[in-house]
Design a binder for this molecule. Structure first.
Ligand code: AP5
Ligand code: MG
Length: 328
């Protein structure tokens, strides 16, 4: 599916924002620092399945939420969006929500320690699960805190995907974005419109505009990305060159010299940049990366089942058409 570009008066303000940002955007930073990196043994779980512990990285509006949602729908993966979590806190008026409300509304970044707390309180329940982090980390300090935390738990990151989408494409998407706040489901009037305009496909509840999706605030978010978040790419490029040996797992009654037989091979973080402007370009690349590097990923039974039912009904329909044809 390709993006339909059509004249849109709302876009003029966005284009102005894009021009001011694009002129200061070190676009080459991404391409240079993100060549695909070969990886060896990624850390596996107790059943020896290579675990997906992934960061979906990209500018605001690059499609992190949309693509994570698609992966979660198709595969047995969980995803955690810090933006969605914060919006829920803000809506529920929790203490975190009260602290974050103004910052999010103005396109700033919530303090690192608070974000780590928000994320790890969820992540620590996801041992032996495949997961994706969307929107975290966003600063070098968050990246380092996350790394230390995961290594301590012996659940290191296995994949960072950078969605490399040009600024002008992003700005045109954002002006057409509508969201279902309780679920985080994202729609776009031209790319993936809801079945009924203005309402969520699954619950029928009304869709809303994000308050931080106006040209002025969005420009600030994009600026923040370039100044504060993009240096993380170099951090992950360096990590992807480093082999990490997991600490040996020792049974309480095991003699130390037996350790060699029970250590897992060292693993390396895999870093992959995916460029494109349409889902036709981005989705197949993303799926290929995941399928190749994580062969143990399972499709959800319901999605495989729906496809089976579709192909079964296709077969029945084809058979009944054939039966109704006059025989030669
Ligand atoms: P967050 O909600 O994470 O916002 P963001 O990173 O700015 O990213 P977005 O959600 O805007 O974009 P997206 O990449 O998910 O794109 P989407 O899939 O929607 O964070 C919000 C705020 O919370 C931050 O500004 C900050 O204040 C705070 N915060 C969050 N995490 C934090 C942290 N770690 N530390 C500190 N503060 C934090 O897609 C965009 C649009 O494009 C949609 O309309 C979609 O339908 C459309 N689209 C997607 N893919 C395609 C495609 N292939 N073709 C055409 N259209 C497409
Ligand atoms: Mg998002």
């Amino acid at each position: 599916m390709s993006i339909r570009t059509r004249p849109n008066p709302r876009l003029s303000a966005w284009s102005a924002a894009a021009r001011s940002i694009a002129s200061s955007s070190p676009a080459s930073l991404f391409r240079n620092s993100l060549q695909p990196v070969a990886h060896d043994e990624a850390q596996s779980d107790s059943r020896n399945v290579r675990m997906l512990r992934m960061i979906m990285f990209g500018k605001p509006g690059a499609g992190k939420g949309t693509l994570s949602g698609r992966l979660v729908k198709k595969y047995d993966i969980l995803s955690l969006s810090t933006g969605d979590l914060l919006r829920m806190h803000i809506q529920d008026k929790t203490e975190i929500g009260r602290m974050a409300k103004e910052i999010v509304a103005h396109g700033g970044l919530v303090p690192d320690e608070l974000m780590l707390q928000v994320v790890t309180s969820k992540l620590d329940h996801l041992h032996n699960k495949h997961w994706i982090l969307d929107g975290f980390p966003r600063t070098l300090a968050q990246g380092e805190l996350l790394n230390t935390h995961l290594n301590k738990q012996n659940t290191p990151l296995s994949l960072v995907v950078n969605l490399d989408v040009p600024d002008d494409i992003i700005l045109s998407r954002i002006s057409d974005r509508w969201v279902h706040l309780p679920s985080g489901r994202v729609y776009n009037l031209s790319y993936n419109p809801p079945k009924v305009e203005g309402f969520d496909d699954e619950t029928g509840e009304p869709l809303t505009k994000r308050p931080d999706d106006n040209p002025e605030i969005f420009a600030r978010r994009l600026e923040k990305f370039y100044s504060t978040t993009s240096p993380l790419l170099d951090f992950y490029a360096r990590l992807s060159q480093t082999r990490i040996s997991p600490p040996p797992h020792r049974h309480p009654h095991q003699h130390p010299h037996q350790l060699a037989f029970h250590t897992k091979p060292p693993h390396r973080l895999m870093l992959q940049s995916i460029s494109g402007t349409t889902s036709d370009e981005i989705w197949p690349q993303l799926e290929t990366v995941l399928k190749d590097a994580f062969p143990g990923l399972k499709e959800r039974v319901d999605s495989a089942d729906i496809r089976r039912r579709h192909s079964l009904s296709d077969a029945i329909a084809a058979a009944s058409v054939a039966a109704s044809m006059p025989s030669k």
